[in-house]
Design a protein. Sequence first.
Length: 171
Amino acid sequence: MTIKEQLAQDLKTAMRGGDRVKVSVLRLLGSLIKNREVAKRTELAKAASGKGSPLAEVELEALSQLGDAEVIQAVTSACKQRRESVDLYRKGHRDDLASAEEAELKILESYLPQALTPEELRAKVAEAIRATGATSVKEMGKVMAALMPHVQGRADGKILSEMVREALGKG
């Protein structure tokens, strides 16, 4: 079962169970995914028409569907937004709104793959540094580019970049 199918099934279950928060979060996530599919479809249609061979409607529909990796990116993006909102609400002394965002964040995180531990992240960082041959912080972009496909959705990019910077600073 794909993540999109799981989301649809969970939305039906939440609606039947009367879980308003979960219904709201899953509808927003569904909308985000649909918007990304429309954007992808538009890009594909433009690219195909530029080459002189427009794609059939069925082909466009099939090609514009998001795969699990792209859905995970959408969920990760939504999680990041919620974390930033929680921080801002806490700074503004709005604990009521912060706790609501945290509840939404918990629901969203349940659709992400298991997060990597700090030890696993350090090992992946060291492996990426060895693979790219990076020796200074100036080469951090190469390391991050090599590393991100292996940790997508399983690690926070901010924490990851700090680890890479730290590792390259020592090396």
